[in-house]
Design a binder for this molecule. Structure first.
Ligand SMILES: Nc1ncnc2c1ncn2[C@@H]1O[C@H](COP(=O)(O)OP(=O)(O)OP(=O)(O)O)[C@@H](O)[C@H]1O
Ligand SMILES: [Mg+2]
Length: 450
């Protein structure tokens, strides 16, 4: 879907280049304004706000990065694509980290520019929709115990609120410690079933041989040792909600039984001839990429689609840095209360370190650190071993060959290596490359590695 007459500001100091690019984009039905410097671009941005800026890196004394910084501050939703000079990988990396939506390494093909613009245009539409939704909710700071004000959390809140009143099956995804269980409980708390049972079961912690009887129950004598009738978790949740945690670990055979329940509402206890009809709302969670599990044959595709009616993604903490301060406050209060201790305070310097940390263990890791601080009152001990992000490339270890490289081949190879190294786990592979999950996925799609 191409946005009609997208407005683009082209910033390029070479007059020939500038008019060439402008004409080419105009011929492709884009509305173009242009500028020859960062200063000129800023003046233009004040007069007429474009949807997207396409800027050269080198612009006289200043650079496209200066313009990017300005745009990100003044127009967070504006698209930004930067053209970096041949052989300057670090520029591209810097620009992406500073919030560029994409970059093109010079010399680039006309087609690559058009493709990049189309991709960014698509994401702009989504950004706008998100913003509308979140502003409608007027920036909630908390939802039944879930703390967070970042736009990505607003999206979570709006989904939770919308679906909590229904019986729709919900699949909650997200890295470990991001609050999947908390979200499941929020869904339950806000639902009409809140006075009915909420049964949680961790599919990863039941031995395969017991999975069926745990979930679906077993008749007396159904297997050796079954000395009495055993009611399964689903039956125990009748009328209420079941939370299937770590659903990705459910053995294949039980996946089939669960699918039958989701489709027909029927279960049979192990060893039972008849069937029982149940009324249970299902909420499932997983830290795995279930789609990938499907591709690998470890998860039933039909079950995946049945579960994924309403997906809710719990964002990693590093993608909502603005919430860290709020969470620190929350946990200081929570843990001090829990241990009946006076609420301790953190120094500004410590707080800064907490804010800058990437939190691979997400909110759980933050909560544990603060709990330790509340108990021991020792800031240094709390900060111990805060693991660091991947190191920036040391260019003296890694120098480009004289004859140059094919950037796209190189980038694709890096992506493939990262995926292999982490057995196809995209979250880990993205982290390994120091990319946000979104930026990583975008590249996987770009090279058709998905
Ligand atoms: N947004 C939040 N606000 C307040 N507390 C949170 C938030 N997110 C998570 N927590 C707390 O962090 C801890 C971990 O959360 P939770 O158990 O829900 O994570 P999870 O995604 O289920 O993790 P895992 O995949 O490891 O099971 C819990 O103590 C939870 O209360
Ligand atoms: Mg959990």
């Amino acid at each position: 879907m191409k946005v009609e007459r997208l407005k683009i500001l082209v910033v390029e100091d070479e007059p020939d280049q500038r008019s060439l690019i402008s004409q080419m984009l105009e011929a492709n039905n884009y509305q173009i304004t242009s500028a020859d410097s960062v200063e000129g671009a800023i003046v233009s941005l004040k007069q007429d706000v474009p949807d997207l800026v396409f800027s050269d890196w080198k612009l006289g004394q200043l650079s496209g990065m200066d313009l990017l910084t300005y745009v990100r501050r003044e127009h967070p939703d504006m698209g930004f694509i930067i053209a970096t000079a041949y052989g300057t990988i670090t520029h591209a990396v810097d620009a992406m980290q500073a919030g560029a939506d994409d970059y093109l390494a010079k010399p680039y093909q006309r087609q690559s520019l058009l493709l990049a613009i189309e991709k960014v245009a698509k994401s702009l539409v989504l950004k706008k929709q998100n913003r509308r939704l979140t502003s409608e909710l007027s920036q909630q700071q908390e939802l039944v115990g879930i703390v967070g004000k970042a736009p990505c959390m607003q999206k979570v809140y709006s989904r939770v609120q919308r679906v909590s009143a229904t019986d729709a099956t919900v699949l909650i995804g997200g890295e470990s410690g991001t609050g999947k269980e908390l979200a499941a409980r929020a869904l339950y708390q806000l639902s009409q079933r809140k006075h009915k049972p909420f049964i949680a079961i961790n599919c990863g912690s039941i031995p395969e041989s017991l999975a069926e009887s745990e979930l679906f129950g077993a008749e007396k004598g159904a297997y050796t040792g079954a000395t009495s009738l055993k009611i399964g978790k689903l039956e125990a949740a009748n009328g209420g909600t079941i939370f299937l945690d770590e659903i990705g670990e459910l053995p294949l055979l039980q996946q089939t039984n669960l699918l039958r329940f989701l489709q027909e509402g029927l279960i049979s206890r192990l060893g039972q001839n008849g069937e029982i009809k149940l009324d249970v709302r299902v909420i499932a969670a997983t830290h795995r990429d279930l789609k990938f599990e499907v591709e690998e044959g470890r998860f039933r595709e039909d079950l995946y689609y049945r579960l994924n009616v309403v997906p809710i993604h719990m964002p990693p903490l590093r993608e909502r840095q603005e919430d860290i301060g709020r969470l620190v406050e929350h946990f200081l209060k929570l843990h001090s209360g829990q241990y009946k201790m006076e609420q301790a305070k953190l120094s500004a310097n410590t707080l800064k370190q907490l804010l800058d940390h990437p939190w691979p263990g997400n909110v759980r890791e933050l909560s544990n650190r603060i709990e330790r601080f509340v108990l021991l009152g020792d800031e240094e001990e709390m900060l111990e071993e805060l693991s660091s992000q991947p190191k920036p490339l040391n260019t003296s270890q890694f120098s480009l060959p004289e004859e140059g490289i094919e950037w796209e081949v190189f980038e694709k190879d890096c992506l493939e290596q990262a995926m292999n190294k982490h057995q196809g786990n995209r979250t880990k592979a993205a982290k390994f490359l120091g990319l946000s999950y979104k930026a990583f996925l975008y590249r996987l799609e770009k090279y058709q590695l998905v």
